[in-house]
Design a protein around this ligand. Sequence first.
Ligand code: LMR
Length: 342
Amino acid sequence: MGKALKASLVAIVCLLAAACAGGREDGVIVIKFPHVVAPTTPKGKGAERFKQLVEQRLPGRVRVEVYPSGQLMNDDDSMEALAFGEVQMIAASLSKFDRLTKRFQVFDLPFLFPDIESVTRFQQSPEGRSLLGALADKGFLGLAFWHNGMKQFGAPRALRRPEDAAGLKFRIMESDVLLEQMRQIGGNAQKMDFGEVYQALQTGAIDAQENTWSNIYSQKFFEVQDYLMETNHGYIGYLLAVNPDFWNGLPADIRAELEQILDQVTREVNGESSAINAEALRKIIDSGASTLVELTPEELESWRAAMLPVWQLFEDQIGPDIVQAARAAGSPETIASPDSSR
Ligand code: LMR
């Protein structure tokens, strides 16, 4: 057997052994934290900050290994790996839990949250907090919500009104709400991995996409999209989740310290996310590579009106109590229901 092959096999066996040992190597607890975005985004910075604080406060006891930009695995695989204890922490987009719970679909309802502050209010409400534990019996213990930001559209032409989107192929995350949202505006939606979007835009396999400014900038989507529309029509945020068996099996003092660190990092991530997205937008504008389309209030209203039927289609399966609490967290003018009887 060649040296290189032997070394690879040894590495694989070691990796598997670490996974089977529930994330422990030589007595040090190892937290593998894969994610798909760039280190410069809110989640990317949060993961690095978590690692840094753990190194400072739990030296020699816990080690955090962050794998950004999908270099270890994509979101789907990371969710499976967490459930099997092969990685210990993930922060997948809330939209991607669609097949595990319908309750998180509330975060995908278009124009439900007028701004990030409304999302924070909802996530801190009793109904929002209850969602953290919604997947504990499926192998995901939610410890926190992390923001990215509000979603914007990118397309090969200026989309001023929903009619302008007719016939375009849109990439969406794994979410049936987003599928319906695109159907309502006459687009063809395609669920696709984050890591495949740039190339799909470049080759024309898809025409358009929705994401936050920080993702549009760091993934360079703006270089392959002639127009970017500032619509703020939806939200991208994350469930910071751990495997319940791993977490509950930690020594109590270590778990308590990790919880305190996570509280601090969550406050930092959620406090900085808007500034990070604003900075990304500024860099996109400065690049001159794409035209920014700012919509008039009347044009924005036409998008909202076109997408609002999505709420009614999904409200029952999400849970009316959850949707109601999310609406209450919004500002008064956006609480108006598509159904005036509510
Ligand atoms: C996406 O797939 O567009 C996002 O979920 C990526 C992310 O993690 O922000």
